[in-house]
Design a protein around this ligand. Structure first.
Ligand code: MLT
Length: 208
């Protein structure tokens, strides 16, 4: 199926800096959820916050799943390609620089950001992935030299195993990405202090 980028509900908040954050919520969330997080990470960044368009019993997601942690890979491919196309269209419409685009995603949104990096390695300059797992195993390492990634994983996350989180970090590293992987005292939900680390990481990225 051809990607159909036209219909992603989203919010755009223009910032004063060069960077743009692509915000991707978790299952059951929407485009409003991560706006405060984006504003905390970088008060000067522009924010493009997108709503996943798969409906799972009334919950928004970025791609379908067959069961917990078992993904519909064809739907993931289509939605990933559509999101990549949407982001390019949004850059033209809102006038932001794709070379200064970073994703911040939580849970299902982190998995979508990881899928975007694996399928479209040029799409993002970097990403902050909260509670991400391996969206799919790529057939060859993605070309991610120059891409910066922060992964934060919960030590007692019942949904994402240690092996899954570490495998994702290694896939990204094998592709040349510079990955920082932090383990936090938490489950699947975010921990206090985690955003302090993320803000430090984000502040250390090359100025826009
Ligand atoms: C997913 O489905 O992407 C992950 O299992 C995380 C979740 O949304 O529960």
């Amino acid at each position: 199926m051809q990607p159909n980028p036209s219909a992603f509900a989203h919010r755009w908040l223009a910032g004063t800096g060069e960077k743009t954050l692509l915000l991707l919520h978790g299952t059951g969330g929407d485009e409003n959820d991560l706006i405060p997080l984006g504003q905390t990470l970088d008060p000067a960044a522009s924010l493009l916050s997108v709503r996943g368009r798969v409906d799972e019993n009334g919950s928004n997601r970025f791609f379908r799943r067959i069961a917990e942690g078992v993904f519909d890979l064809e739907n993931m491919r289509e939605e990933t390609d559509s999101l990549a196309a949407f982001v390019s269209q949004a850059a033209a419409k809102y006038g932001f620089d794709l070379d200064q685009l970073y994703a911040a995603g939580f849970s299902n949104g982190a998995n979508m950001a990881a899928s975007l990096m694996l399928r479209h390695p040029e799409a993002l300059r970097g990403a902050f992935l909260m509670r991400a797992m391996v969206p799919f195993e790529p057939s060859s390492p993605p070309a991610l030299t120059g891409t910066r990634v922060l992964i934060t994983s919960g030590e007692s996350d019942p949904l994402v195993t240690r092996g899954q989180a570490e495998r994702l970090a290694n896939i990204l590293r094998e592709g040349g990405a510079e990955v920082e992987h932090l383990w936090v005292h938490a489950g699947h939900n975010l921990a206090r202090g985690e955003l302090v680390e993320a803000k430090r990481w984000f502040g250390g990225l090359a100025p826009g």
